[in-house]
Design a protein around this ligand. Structure first.
Ligand SMILES: Nc1ncnc2c1ncn2[C@@H]1O[C@H](COP(=O)(O)OP(=O)(O)O)[C@@H](O)[C@H]1O
Ligand SMILES: [Mg+2]
Length: 437
């Protein structure tokens, strides 16, 4: 991609309305533009990163055996009356009337909709377990949308729903999602700690919020100090095997959300307990027959007896993750993308377009890297060299090849790694080899 043809409206000034680093950097890097409170347009680079996150989430859901579907954003109110949530949901639900005066709503979540799909098609325990998910926009009329896309009103969520015959089978489904979340966040370069979360009237231990620690996070959390610096590596997973040992490995060390934490029963000694803040990027939840019972989602068991199915729901904040990754990985100069979600693999920066040597070297590298399958952003613009270098650091391209007239004359380019800041002068061939290694 030629930067001169790319819509990347980078801001020089720090936008005043942004209170946290990720919001500031997303605006400065031209990733999003506010449309109204908590509602954003995604510009090319923001969209590209979000799509990469979405794809990783999708691959890990599929690997865990979930089936992708796509449910609509607009739902009929009748389904929500069946579950009893139409009245309960309150002002966060955006209610709409169509031209026939029917009550519709913009979905804040999809338990009712998916339960309706399930009950129309599944009648026997033999079809179970089954997990259906989609990646779809949600709308919640939040009282205080803030921090850019972190707490938006319109946001992209992956939500999966499992259906199982009985509580034990439901736990197996829950564990699959638990483990797939470990793998998903690991691929996104994040340490997302599974924290015990409120289970409401269901009780039990099957609700976890996946939280990345950040001072600017909205959730107050409590965890054992050994979580600090602990990395999560779930290894190779066989989803057909018993996953409980892996779940145990990452739940044995105490971590709990504010709602779940109780000083009196907390098993961690005072000196070992840390109180800090974090960003909720995922939430998994078992809720038994809460929706299946009122909505009549049941199956016939071995003896022909009809039983309500046991359900769980599993959310990931796909759009929030764009901000979450930036909160976890930036410096004073800008964003530092993990390779897996970086908008481009390599930036080729021509400091003096029009200079014959620079143009030849930069053009050649751009072509060779592109042909080798790298996604390259070629800065062919006439900006000042200082501004060009600052922009590349701001937008966080992991690998940069900088070509200026002075070293180009000596047949050299500069190779810079965004994360470490390390630079090295190399011949173009050596740089190419290093980048393709
Ligand atoms: N207003 C929002 N803006 C962006 N992402 C959100 C918002 N609300 C929820 N999410 C994301 O969707 C995931 C699943 O949502 P859920 O757990 O139902 O939300 P909540 O925790 O607000 O009840 C959350 O873990 C979070 O990552
Ligand atoms: Mg939640």
């Amino acid at each position: 991609m030629l930067l001169s043809r790319y819509f990347l409206p980078v801001l020089k000034e720090t936008p005043k309305e942004a209170q946290i680093a990720s919001h500031r950097l997303m605006l400065r890097a031209g990733m999003i533009q506010q449309s109204s409170a908590g509602i954003y347009s995604w510009l090319p680079m923001g969209l590209k990163v979000m799509r990469k996150i979405e794809q990783i989430v999708r691959e890990e859901q599929n690997r865990a055996g979930a089936n992708e579907i796509l449910m609509p954003t607009i739902q009929p109110s009748e389904l929500w009356q069946e579950s009893g949530r139409y009245e309960d949901y309150g002002l966060e639900m955006l209610r709409i009337k169509d031209r026939h005066d029917r009550d519709m709503l913009y979905g804040p979540t999809n338990e009712e909709q998916v339960t309706d799909i399930f009950r129309n098609h599944v009648k026997s325990y033999k079809s179970l377990p089954i997990n259906l998910y989609h990646i779809q926009w949600k709308f919640r009329d939040e009282v205080r949308p803030r921090f850019g896309i972190m707490r938006g009103r319109e946001f992209l969520m992956k939500d999966a729903y499992s259906f199982a015959h009985g509580a034990e089978a439901a736990r197996i489904e829950y564990n699959k999602m638990f483990v797939s979340y470990l793998l998903t966040f690991q691929r996104l370069g994040l340490t997302a700690i599974p924290m015990e979360a409120d289970t409401g009237p269901i009780g039990g231990d099957m609700s976890h919020e996946f939280i990345i620690l950040a001072e600017t996070g909205e959730s107050e959390v409590y965890c054992h100090k050994d979580w600090i610096g602990r990395s999560i590596d779930a290894g190779d997973i066989d989803y057909a095997s018993d996953l409980q040992p892996i779940v145990d490995r990452y739940t044995n060390l105490y971590a709990a959300t504010d709602e779940k934490y109780d000083a009196a029963s907390c098993p961690v000694a005072d000196g070992d307990l840390i109180t800090t803040r974090g960003i909720e990027v995922g939430h998994i939840f078992y809720f038994g027959t809460k929706y299946s019972a009122p909505m009549g989602a049941s199956v016939a068991d071995e003896t022909g007896k009809i039983a309500d199915v046991h359900m769980g729901s599993y959310g990931i904040g796909v759009s929030r993750l764009v901000g979450g990754i930036i909160e976890a990985s930036h410096d004073d100069a800008g964003i530092i993308w993990p390779d897996s979600v970086a908008p481009f693999d390599v930036a080729v920066v021509n400091l003096k377009p029009g200079d014959e040597t620079c143009d030849a070297m930069a053009g050649d590298l751009y072509e060779k890297l592109t042909n080798a399958g790298k996604d390259v952003l070629y800065d062919d613009t006439n900006d000042r060299p200082g501004a060009k270098l600052a922009s590349m650091d701001l937008i966080g391209i992991p690998q940069q090849v900088i070509i200026g007239p002075r070293i180009a004359k000596e047949g050299m380019v500069e190779w810079k790694q965004r994360r470490s800041g390390e630079t090295q002068q190399l011949s173009p061939d050596a740089a190419l080899n290093a980048l393709l290694a």
